[in-house]
Design a protein around this ligand. Structure first.
Ligand SMILES: O=C(O)[C@H](CS(=O)(=O)O)OP(=O)(O)O
Ligand code: MG
Length: 244
């Protein structure tokens, strides 16, 4: 793909639904989401509020409710990739509510294509954008009113990879490693944290799938989307398992 109009905006700057939105939350919502799929989760319902998450859990006792911050009554898990990767989530539905990531995805719920991303799914996300030949993409930088450098670095890296499959990740990963979120997670300022969370959030391309969010019966539902490695190669397949 030659050229792509990439915008990088905070959640509050969104005025209308973009045609393609990539919502980035490296630390930690979408790293956690990717691990949930790796652990077998079928889908993740992105919840508007803690009360909505608890109401969904009451209606569906077999669903797994997950929130950021400290553990809380009614919730099964916290927003930690390391703590979550020990869980068997085969066939389960997860309900996730966090401060930044889930809010960002819900802010673009009317967009025709919403991808949720972190470094762990960066290449698959970029490959999906290359496959679709998306010429205009809005990256939602979810943390710190659009200033979170781990999210901005990841968004910029995915934008680079969307037009240049050879782009080098090291500078972007280094920025994320030095971000305020990384420091706060490492120093125990944030709660519901495992010491290995930051390292897991900085694992480049840990998973081969992208993550697509779409409205299903008025709920914003995130699902993994396989993107064949050769999908963007000349003459390669262009079909995706999901239908973004
Ligand atoms: O869980 C997280 O890392 C943050 C919340 S906090 O900053 O740790 O309190 O939420 P997220 O939406 O994943 O950025
Ligand atoms: Mg974050």
């Amino acid at each position: 793909m030659i050229g792509m109009d990439a915008r990088f905006v905070g959640i509050a700057e969104l005025v209308e639904a973009p045609s393609v939105a990539v919502v980035v939350d490296v630390m930690r919502a979408f790293t956690v989401a990717a691990w949930a799929f790796a652990q077998g989760a079928e889908k993740i319902v992105l919840s508007e509020s803690l009360d909505d998450a608890l109401a969904l859990k009451t209606r569906h006792p077999d669903w797994v409710a997950l929130k950021d911050g400290p553990p809380a009554a009614g919730f099964d898990m916290v927003n930690s990739p390391c703590l979550l990767r020990a869980a068997d989530l085969r066939g389960r539905t997860v309900v996730q509510k966090t401060t930044a990531g889930t809010v960002g995805a819900l802010a673009v719920k009317d967009a025709p294509l919403v991808l949720c991303a972190g470094f762990v799914v960066a290449e698959a996300t970029a490959r999906l954008l290359r496959t679709r030949k998306s010429d205009s993409v809005t990256f939602v930088v979810t943390g710190e009113d659009g200033q979170a450098d781990e999210d901005l670095a990841c968004a910029e890296y995915i934008a680079c990879r969307s037009t240049d499959a050879e782009a080098d990740a090291s500078v972007f990963l280094s920025r994320a490693a030095k971000s305020r979120a990384a420091a706060e997670l490492a120093e125990g300022v944030r709660q519901g944290v495992h010491p290995d969370d930051v390292a897991l959030c900085l694992e480049l391309d840990r998973f081969p799938f992208a993550m697509v969010a779409a409205l299903e019966d008025s709920l914003m539902v995130l699902r993994p989307c396989a993107v064949p490695a050769q999908a963007d190669a000349p003459g390669g397949p262009s079909t995706l398992r999901s239908n973004p």
